[in-house]
Design a protein around this ligand. Structure first.
Ligand SMILES: [Zn+2]
Length: 72
């Protein structure tokens, strides 16, 4: 018996755990909703290139801090 709920159940994009196992944070990316758990949110923040295989273009999320000229 098909279970459409299971198919669309949010899962962390990184570890694939669902909200029965971990809290999930919703993200909007390219008009789609994706989810990430708090444990993997730092990857999105600090090492988004690690997500490049999961989120297309993730390798470009990080600002190039070396190129930044924001020091006064
Ligand atoms: Zn996760």
């Amino acid at each position: 018996m098909p279970d459409p709920e299971a198919k669309s159940a949010p899962r962390c994009l990184y570890c694939r755990r669902d909200s029965a196992q971990v809290p999930l944070l919703p993200l909007r990316y390219r008009e789609e909703e994706v989810w990430i758990c708090p444990q993997h949110l730092p990857i999105l923040i600090h090492n988004p290139a690690q997500l490049a295989g999961i989120l297309p273009g993730a390798e470009h999320f990080a600002l190039d801090e070396d190129a930044g000229d924001h020091h006064d």
